[in-house]
Design a protein around this ligand. Sequence first.
Ligand code: SF4
Length: 204
Amino acid sequence: MSILPIFIPHAGCPHQCVFCNQKTISGQKLAAVAAAKEQLMRWRSWLQPSVGNEAAFYGGSFTGLPLELQEELLALTDALLAEGFIGSVRLSTRPDYIDEERLQLLQQHGVRLVELGVQSLDDRVLAAAERGHTAAQVAPAVALLKRFGFQVGLQLMVGMPEQSFASVQETVRKAIEMHPDVARIYPLLVIKGTPLAADYAAGR
Ligand code: SF4
C-alpha cells in the first residue's frame, strides 16, 4: 500500500496554533485545487495503480473548507478511484469540524479514514497551544465518525507548553478509551514563523 500525500497547507483553518506553520512544514505554499492536482499527478507518474493505494489530504483542516471546495478536491481523488489507481482516501481535520453534513459528503467520495488533530486531551495544554477547541469535543467527534463507518486516527503531540508527563499519560489513557484505529504521536518542534518560535527567541 502506498500513501499519496496531498498537502493543502492551512486550508480550511482559521486558527493559529502556537506550534503550527503548515506552509513551512509541507513546503507547499499554494492551498489550491491546482496545487493538489499537480501533487496527485506527480504521485501518479511515480507509482503503480493499486486499490491498496490511498490518497491523503494533509496539512489543513479539510472539513473546515467550504463544501464546494471539499467537493472540488474530492473530485480529483474520485477520478483516481474510478480508474482503480487508488482504493481509498484519508484526510486530516479538527475535532470541532465534524458533523453529519460534512461526514455525508466524505462518505460519498471513498474516504476511509479521518485523522483528528487532537494533540492533547488536557484543556490547560490545549488552551496554552491556542488550539481553539476543548478536550470534551473529541469523544463526540470520534463517536460520530464511527457511527458513519469511518476509521478514526488520533494525532497526539508531546512536548507542548504546560504539558507534564502526567498530562501525557492521562491523554494516552483517554485516547485508548476511544478505541481509535490509528494513533500518531508527534514531537513538538519549534518551527520558524510560529508564535512558539517567537517565545523561544524571547527566552520564554
Ligand atoms: S488547527 Fe491544525 S492546521 Fe490549523 S493552525 Fe492548528 S495545527 Fe495548524
